[in-house]
Design a protein around this ligand. Structure first.
Ligand code: ZN
Length: 272
């Protein structure tokens, strides 16, 4: 039986038969793939730890019956801070779902893997607000997956959007300055569904939030989280716009996102 090693992020760990676990993994070289952890239920929690979801682990595999089986594991990063906080655990599950959705099976993972690892690291570290980590991840994940918006100027008049803020035109992937927005809405209210059936989704942004979105989609991969939004209106509009942008372009919602929002809304109901 041929053996092979690979570093991979555990996205999911699902019960497989009576004693085994089916791992869904994401590696730089092979993208998303599955492997079976045999006899998982006989392992103690320390032995299982490297194969828990949201763990970065070095795997040794063997192949049998056209399947990949885990021979050995060495944990490289547990992101321990996530595991002490239910809100972060729920958010990590959503990030893993998005990484699953945006990665191809047996195709190099590209930026989505380091982006997910960086987001998990920041969540674990706890120095950056979780909702900002989520929003940066969402916007950048959309941008590197083929939904790159042009945030350099107003889509309508071509001028910089300026200090008055702007709206993110989600489906057209750009900004509408406040002057153009006032002109449009003065003539006729924007319908949610256009005449041709296209959706208009406009997310208001402060000037700071618009600048932050532009930074996130254009920054070097390692610098994508390296900025600060100091005022609450900017943080709030930035987060709302990033989530709307990703979900509308993926044309789907996520149960893990709904679960995360539920726990944020009433954290006292959930304890570890
Ligand atoms: Zn304009």
């Amino acid at each position: 039986m041929q053996s092979s090693g690979l570093d991979a992020l555990v996205l999911r760990a699902d019960v497989w038969g009576e004693n085994d676990v089916l791992l869904t993994l994401l590696s730089a070289e092979e993208g998303r793939f599955c492997a079976i952890l045999k006899g998982a239920h006989k392992l103690n929690r320390f032995e299982r730890a490297p194969t828990e979801p949201f763990t970065w682990t070095s795997f040794d595999f063997y192949r049998k019956n056209d399947m990949r089986w885990v021979r050995g594991v060495t944990m490289k990063e547990a992101f321990a801070g996530i595991r002490l906080d239910m809100e972060k655990l729920f958010l990590a599950a959503y990030l893993a779902d998005v990484a699953y959705e945006l990665s191809g099976e047996h195709e190099p993972a590209g930026e989505i893997l380091p982006l997910t690892l960086n987001a998990l690291h920041l969540l674990s570290e706890g120095k950056t607000e979780s909702r900002i980590v989520k929003a940066v991840f969402e916007m950048r994940a959309a941008a590197v997956s083929g939904y790159l918006p042009d945030l350099s100027a107003c889509l309508s008049c071509g001028k910089p959007t300026g200090a008055d803020g702007a709206c993110l035109d989600v489906m057209n992937g750009g900004l509408i300055c406040s002057a153009c927005l006032h002109k449009k809405t003065a003539n006729a209210p924007l319908p949610e569904i256009g005449e041709l059936g296209e959706r208009h989704v406009l997310c208001p942004l402060t000037a700071g939030a618009a600048a932050a979105l532009s930074y996130v989609v254009n920054a070097e991969p390692k610098r994508v989280f390296a900025f600060q939004l100091t005022d609450e209106p900017s943080r709030d509009t930035f987060c709302r716009a990033a989530e709307a942008y990703l979900l509308h372009h993926l044309e789907r919602g996520f149960l893990t996102l709904e679960n995360y929002k539920r726990i944020v809304a009433s954290p006292q109901k959930y304890t570890l």
